[in-house]
Ligand binder design. Structure first.
Ligand code: AMP
Ligand code: AMP
Length: 228
C-alpha cells in the first residue's frame, strides 16, 4: 500500500524528471562559414591546402556551434563520444570539398573535423549524432549558398572594396536571415570578409534570426573580398 507520503515523493521525482527532459542544453546554433581567401592571406596565420588539393574558390564550413542566449557556449561536452570517422565515411568526399582544413601542416581534414565534433558537436548530442551533425552542416552550406548570394548582388572575389551593408543585404535577401560578418585583416591591414554567421534553432531544423551576435572580429564599413 502506497502511503500519501511516498505518493508525494513519487510525484516530486516525476516532476523533476519532466523538468530535466524538457530543459535545453543550449539555446541555438551558430552556423559559421569561412572565406578561404581571407584565412590564407590574413596577417595572423599562413595556410596549407589539404592533402586532397586546393579547395574550390567557395565558402567552406567552419562549424556548427551550440550557443546560449547570454553569448556563452558549452564546449567539450562528452569525452566518451570522440570523433569517429567510420560513422561518417559516406560524407568524407563531400566534407573534403565543403569543409576544407587550411591549417598547417597540410592534412586530410580529420584533425579539423574531430576538433569541431569534440569541442562543439558533443554539446548537441540531444539533437544530433555524429552523422546528423556533419550532414546537417553540409546541407546548410548548400541551402545558404553564400557565393551565389553575393554574386547575385554583383559582389565577386577580387580587387576593390564593398560596403559591409551591401554584403549583409545580399545574404539576407538570399537566405531570409540577417548574417553576422566577421572580418580579419590582410597583411597590409585591410579589413576583409572572413566568416559569415547564421543561426539555426536548437532543434537543428530551421534558420532563425540570431538571438545574439558574436563579439569581436569587427569589420570596417568598407571591406575587401579577396580572391582565392
Ligand atoms: P577566432 O576569433 O577566429 O580566433 O576564433 C573564434 C574562437 O572563439 C574559436 O575558437 C571559437 O571556438 C570561439 N568562439 C567565439 N565565440 C564563439 C561562439 N559564440 N560560439 C562558439 N565558439 C565561439
Ligand atoms: P573553434 O575552436 O571551433 O571555435 O575554431 C577555431 C579554431 O579552428 C582555431 O584553432 C582555428 O585556427 C581553427 N580553424 C579555423 N578555420 C580553420 C580551417 N579552415 N582549417 C583548420 N583549422 C581552422
Amino acid at each position: 500500500m502506497v502511503s500519501k507520503f511516498s505518493f508525494f515523493i513519487i510525484l516530486l521525482v516525476l516532476h523533476y524528471l519532466a523538468v530535466v527532459c524538457i530543459s535545453q542544453d543550449f539555446d541555438f546554433f551558430y552556423f559559421v562559414q569561412q572565406w578561404p581567401g581571407s584565412y590564407c592571406d590574413s596577417d595572423k596565420n599562413s595556410c596549407c591546402y589539404p592533402t586532397t588539393g586546393k579547395p574550390a574558390a567557395d565558402f567552406g564550413i567552419h562549424g556548427l556551434w551550440p550557443n546560449y542566449n547570454n553569448s556563452s557556449y558549452p564546449q567539450n561536452c562528452d569525452p566518451t563520444n570522440p570523433f569517429d570517422e567510420s560513422e561518417i565515411s559516406d560524407l568524407i568526399s563531400n566534407m573534403s570539398m565543403n569543409w576544407p582544413t587550411l591549417a598547417c601542416p597540410s592534412s586530410s581534414g580529420e584533425t579539423f573535423w574531430s576538433h569541431e565534433w569534440d569541442k562543439h558537436g558533443t554539446c548537441s548530442e540531444s539533437v544530433f549524432d555524429q552523422h546528423g551533425y556533419f550532414e546537417t552542416a553540409l546541407g546548410l552550406k548548400q541551402q545558404t549558398n553564400l557565393l551565389q548570394a553575393l554574386e547575385t548582388a554583383g559582389i565577386k572575389p577580387g580587387e576593390g572594396t564593398h560596403s559591409l551593408e551591401n554584403i549583409k543585404d545580399a545574404i539576407k535577401k538570399a537566405t531570409g536571415h540577417t548574417p553576422w560578418i566577421e572580418c580579419n585583416q590582410d597583411s597590409s591591414g585591410n579589413s576583409q570578409l572572413y566568416q559569415v554567421y547564421l543561426c539555426l534553432d536548437n532543434a537543428g531544423s530551421s534558420l532563425i534570426e540570431c538571438p545574439v551576435f558574436p563579439k569581436g572580429g569587427k569589420c570596417r564599413s568598407e571591406i575587401e573580398f579577396p580572391s582565392f
